[in-house]
Design a protein around this ligand. Structure first.
Ligand SMILES: [Zn+2]
Length: 110
């Protein structure tokens, strides 16, 4: 359901982002950062990858600066079309989401 997907993205990012724009950013980032045939690390097949909905992983315990318990790490999951193995990529460095300040607020982007 594209409408539901758009609503989820808007809730997480706090800004309007269409599924088409999400897919465009992920596809472009993958094309420019993941060389070769992109084989699956689990099954070894070159079956291709499906882009799944943006999700957040909750931080539990850590001593890393900027990753306090209760915060979340937004990730873009890609699923192997053969075995369904999921590879997760950090959404902020990919450009799917703007950087987050230490207070947890998204930084304004021009
Ligand atoms: Zn696989």
């Amino acid at each position: 359901m594209p409408g539901a997907m758009s609503a989820v993205l808007s809730t997480i990012t706090g800004m309007a982002m269409s599924v088409a724009e999400y897919n465009r950013i992920v596809t472009e980032w993958t094309r420019t950062h993941w060389d070769g045939d992109r084989p699956c690390p689990l099954c070894g097949k070159v079956a291709g990858w499906s882009t799944l909905a943006l999700v957040e992983m909750r931080v539990r315990n850590t001593d890393l600066e900027g990753q306090e318990p209760g915060t979340s790490l937004p990730v873009v999951p890609l699923a192997c079309k053969n075995c369904a193995y999921i590879a997760c990529f950090a959404a902020v460095p990919m450009g799917v989401l703007p950087p987050v300040s230490p207070q947890g607020d998204t930084e304004a982007t021009a």
